[in-house]
Design a binder for this molecule. Structure first.
Ligand code: ADP
Ligand code: ZN
Length: 742
């Protein structure tokens, strides 16, 4: 006999749990529970927190809708929910619909996307604090008014609730006396309002005086916000043109509308400088959201966003999953940055999903960049996005003069990496009391270590990558997995002594060269592995701003939107670094990165100078940088991508097959390729060993699905891969709109 449904558990509720299942699971409940309710449910032998799920977003295209469940389990066979998560508001519908979108678009398991949105609420809410006020009840018959009781009644207020501790302090009476009065009905319990986490930013606190061009652009953005509908605007302007000041006006407009604002930054280390600029403009700091925050702050922020108390959030891409209920404006700063793409776990592109979020909220969205991505430019060209441009640096500051230092002519001495021409320029700047910066996008001391005796290269056993020497930490480290090994006194292959030599520079090696060459300089090295927190970054930035240092060496974190007025020279150690590898966007990305680095120079009154060390100074990227002509460069790039319908003129999806055994991975990849979709405008490339053919001990093969723009890849992939049987060890990953081709 099947177990009987107890009379009081007669409701079927659909619950999404944070597991990689295809969709929600059904449970029984004593009450109908509205979608969004956070519940504790049994799952196997465990209890997990899930969310009652409703119908998917009406805006989800039919192509992306998840397939209906294959079979419906009878109510009698379902397990019951255990209970509710206390003190936690339900997930707003807009957030649930967004989760559905991110899942459907990226072909991610919806439960895994929910897990991002639920990281905070799953841990439980804040227990509301209650206090006591004088009730209107009269003294019960026979109730004796002792002096202690009288003292409490004197101390208690009629409107403002006080906690038991507070009352006891005010009256000198014990907690028991206070409880006695409550039992007698003379005191009434009330919730105490928590102080607001974020004071309201004031749109009129300290507005700047905008130049006519800035004012015109600001006005266009303000109109877009006031229209209260979905509209995408590209805000383009050279570094230092005042893009931030201008979009702050859109933020102000949104605050005046009483709506919420989300600003995304590509790197969390940038938040510190950004929040102080915000505070100078709006009088208070915004709420901040990123993975480094403590749980308490995260929980308070989450609740304050949900209740609408918090009006402005600045954060990393995960801030898209906050429970905004009244979003009026989204800003994606440095929209071209590839760091917006989440490359592990749930794959999604922060910029693209920001657009989805804004559309669902009928909010305005501003994409900000000095070097917009090809994707965004294509949307502008096709009339889908508006385009606003700032035409010059603010306050008459000139764009830096960019010169190419051809290393074939002006190469450094053997064993060194800085051209004498660059060194002379640094020397002059330091003598003039100015600051110089050297940029090299490579951490560690040397990317390769070679044995001079036998030719052996120190390689990671788990990845097809060389181990990178980190001399300061005295280790070899793999930059693709967590492996670290102590530095070796002898060659591990042939045993020769003193035969291991570093090949090529990382920033530690540049640091060493600079110390020897400029012993008088006050040096600061900045790399993403040494400056990990926004606080550490803020400290470093403070030292630069105060002129405590005059020579800065850094990886890509120094390239970002920093404003250092006394920095007048930027030297790029290896401009060609990003060009290799055959990545679709290698040239575009190198141009964007180097333009951004160059933009650090000459932001104040003194003009700036940029020197690009390169072996390929006639490359289109170097030419575009030197002549500050990105339009021509991007048009040329577009002309190359259009005919083969490469993005943004077509769509891509990568399929990555991996297994611990190379032959397994290869067989599976070949098998999958046999059933590849065919048709007009559809093409499958591969399988081929991935450039990172071995990663964390798994062999990897890649296939690439390419379609014409009008053809959605998701339904093709679902039909193609839906029935693939995977052995336990094998894994199949799908990357829609891939950014990395490793
Ligand atoms: P971008 O974001 O385009 O690089 P910013 O907004 O950071 O440019 O502006 C560069 C510098 O110029 C900042 O220090 C900023 O405060 C200043 N600035 C820009 N516009 C104005 C303005 N209208 N009034 C005062 N300062 C401005
Ligand atoms: Zn490795």
């Amino acid at each position: 006999m099947s177990p009987r449904v107890s009379n009081d558990h007669t409701h079927r509720v659909s619950v999404l749990v944070p597991r990689p299942f295809a969709g929600p699971l059904d449970y029984r409940s004593a009450y109908p529970l509205p979608p969004g309710t956070l519940v504790r449910v049994p799952l196997g032998k465990k209890e997990v927190v899930g969310c009652v799920w409703g119908p998917s977003a009406p805006s989800l295209p039919p192509d992306l809708r998840p397939a209906p469940p294959k079979r419906i389990v009878a109510l009698a066979k379902l397990r019951s929910i255990e209970g509710l998560v206390e003190h936690m508001p339900p997930l707003p519908e807009s957030l649930r619909h967004f989760v559905d979108w991110v899942a459907a678009y990226g072909m991610n398991a919806p439960g895994m996307v929910l897990a991002i949105a639920m990281r905070v609420p799953a841990a439980g809410g804040i227990k509301p604090v209650t206090g006591w006020v004088r009730s209107e009840a009269s003294m019960p018959a026979g109730f004796r008014l002792t002096p202690a009781r009288q003292a409490v009644l004197d101390a208690v207020s009629e409107e403002q609730p006080h906690t038991v501790t507070e009352l006891s302090e005010r009256s000198g009476a014990s907690a028991a006396v206070i409880r006695g009065l409550a039992q007698a009905g003379l005191l009434e319990e009330r919730m105490i309002d928590r102080p607001s986490v974020q004071k309201r930013p004031d749109p009129d606190y300290h507005p700047p005086i905008l130049s006519p061009n800035q004012a015109a652009v600001a006005e266009a953005l303000v109109h877009s916000v006031q229209a209260q509908r979905f509209e995408v605007t590209l805000l383009e302007g050279v570094t230092g043109s005042g893009k931030t000041e201008v979009y702050f006006e859109a933020v102000a407009a949104c605050l005046r509308e009483g709506k919420q604002v989300l600003v995304l930054l590509p790197e969390i280390v940038l938040t510190a400088q950004w929040t102080s600029r915000f505070a100078a403009r709006f009088g208070v700091e915004p709420a901040v959201w990123h993975s480094e925050l403590g749980h308490k702050t995260r929980r308070e922020t989450w609740c304050a966003v949900e209740s609408g108390q918090t009006r402005v959030v600045v954060g990393a891409r995960s801030a898209l999953f906050l429970p905004f209920t009244d979003l009026g404006l989204v800003v994606v700063d440095e929209e071209h940055e590839s760091t917006y793409k989440q490359e592990e776990g749930v794959l999604y592109h922060g910029r693209d999903m920001a657009i989805v979020r804004a559309r669902m909220a009928r909010a305005a969205i501003v994409l900000v960049s000095a070097t917009p991505s090809m994707e965004t430019l294509a949307n502008v060209e096709q009339g889908r996005y508006r385009h606003e441009q700032l035409d010059a640096r603010h306050g008459g500051a000139q764009l830096p003069e960019i010169s190419l230092l051809d290393l074939r002519e002006h190469g450094p001495e053997r064993g060194l990496f800085l051209s004498p021409v660059l060194c002379d320029a640094i020397e002059k700047r330091l003598e003039a009391g100015e600051q110089a910066m050297l940029f090299l996008n490579r951490r560690g001391y040397a990317p390769l270590t070679l044995c001079r005796a036998c030719g052996h290269r120190i390689q990671c056993p788990n990845c097809s990558a060389w181990m990178v020497e980190h001399r300061a930490r005295r280790v070899f480290a793999c930059h693709h997995c967590e492996r670290v090994e102590p530095l070796k006194p002898v060659c591990p292959e042939c045993g020769a002594e003193h035969s291991l030599v570093p090949i090529g520079p990382g920033i530690e090696r540049i640091d060493e060269e600079v110390r020897a060459r400029f012993p008088q300089a006050k040096l600061l090295s900045m790399a993403s592995d040494t400056l990990t927190s926004p606080a550490a970054m803020a400290e470093a930035v403070g030292r630069i701003a105060n002129n405590d240092v005059n020579l800065i060496i850094g990886t890509q974190i120094v390239a970002k939107g920093w404003h250092f007025p006394n920095l007048t020279l930027v030297g790029v150690v290896d401009s060609d670094l990003g060009l290799g590898g055959g990545d679709l966007r290698a040239a575009e990305r190198t141009m964007q990165l180097l333009h951004q680095v160059a933009g650090r120079a000459g932001r104040g009154e003194k003009p700036g100078q940029v020197m690009l060390q390169s072996y390929v100074s006639d490359h289109p990227v170097m030419q575009a940088l030197q002549h500050n002509d990105f339009q021509a460069f991007m048009e040329q790039e577009a002309a190359q991508r259009r005919p083969g319908f490469w993005p943004p003129y077509g769509r891509l999806a990568a399929v990555i097959v991996s297994a611990p055994k190379e032959s397994h991975a290869e067989q599976l990849a070949r098998h999958i390729a046999l059933n590849a979709p065919e048709g007009e405008g559809i093409q499958v490339l591969g399988p081929a060993p991935a450039p990172l053919a071995l990663l964390r001990g798994r062999y990897r093969f890649r296939l690439l699905l390419r379609t014409r723009r009008g053809i959605a890849v998701q339904p093709l992939l679902r039909r193609w891969l839906g029935d693939v049987k995977l052995s336990k060890e094998a894994k199949l990953e799908i990357d829609i709109d891939p950014v990395s081709f490793m």
